[in-house]
Write a protein of this length. Structure first.
Length: 301
């Protein structure tokens, strides 16, 4: 899946600078003994070669039992961050290398630590330049865009039931109650050959856009309509807390991780770190997906 073509360079140059109000939060939930999720929000220090690459945000949801999932997600976050800021190249090239390096690190760790055999992790990352976002994704954690009240799922679930739905072999209603709904078809650590989704074109960002990153502990427990409502009307820090509270109220059957990033204009007044400047009204509750054929958005049918 790919976003619409980027804006002309002249339009970006003449536009006001954009910044981010951001918050990320993770919770063990009500059932699990360990939190195998990891969230990361990183910016390169001023003066470093990688500073021009901008901001990196990701959610990784580990799996493998005992502490193995926790190891896999932590390895993924650290390796992706390090490679992202150390390598030269375009964002798609660097993100591809970062995911490949994370996959190798997880496989090597599991090979040298038998107690971690079979561990793996999802990883959904967004790299942000001043006015663009690039997605790198594997597994079933999610990235959403909330723009002008409409919620768009940017990532594509790499699960068995999602594949069956896309192929028309399973209805969305049946998918929600499928006994194999948690079967992931792609993950870091699954094997030497993985198939992450790496955007080759960026998503142009607009002021008041809201980006939501989350593990399936949130998306599997809280409806897209509720995610859009909460992320659209609350500052990022409060939105993260409210979204986790909603997942806990729904049973908290899994670890819950979420990041909320709002795009703001340079010089726009902020009451405090992580706060937004005005609420967004939810106009549509059905998520929309990128349609590369139309180079834009389409409503799911």
């Amino acid at each position: 899946m790919q976003p619409a073509a980027a804006m002309p360079t002249s339009a970006l140059t003449d536009s006001p600078r954009l910044h981010f109000d951001a918050a990320m939060l993770s919770n063990v939930g009500m059932v699990r003994a360990l939190n195998e999720d990891v969230v990361l929000y990183a910016t390169a220090p001023e003066g470093e070669a990688g500073a021009k690459r901008g901001t990196l945000a990701l959610v990784a949801d580990g799996m493998g039992g005992h502490s193995a999932g926790e190891v896999a997600s932590a390895l993924a976050a650290e390796v992706v961050r390090r490679v992202f800021y150390d390598l030269e190249g375009s964002p798609p090239t660097v993100l591809t290398s970062a995911f490949a390096a994370a996959n190798r690190a997880i496989l090597e760790w599991a090979a040298n630590h038998p107690e971690c055999s079979g561990m793996g992790t999802t990883c959904t990352a967004l790299a942000f330049t001043e006015r663009e976002a690039w997605l790198a994704h594997i597994g079933d954690s999610r990235a959403y865009l909330l723009r002008s009240g409409s919620l768009t799922q940017l990532s594509e679930d790499q699960t068995l039931v999602a594949t069956l739905v896309r192929e028309g072999r399973l209805s969305k209603e049946d998918a929600e109650h499928s006994p194999v709904s948690n079967v992931i078809t792609q993950a870091l650590g699954m094997g030497p050959e993985i198939e992450p989704i790496i955007w080759q074109r960026p998503l142009p960002l607009l002021a008041d856009d809201v980006i939501v990153l989350c593990s399936d502990g949130l998306s599997g427990a809280v409806s897209d309509a509720a995610i859009a409502d909460i992320a659209g009307r609350l500052p990022p820090g409060e939105a993260c807390e409210a979204l986790i509270a909603a997942a806990l109220a729904a049973g908290g059957h899994d670890n819950i991780s979420v990041g909320v990033l709002r795009v703001v204009l340079e010089g726009e007044h902020k009451a405090g770190a992580g706060q937004t400047t005005r609420p967004m009204r939810v106009l549509a509750t059905e998520p929309r997906k990128f349609d590369p054929a139309n180079q834009g958005l389409r409503q799911d049918g």
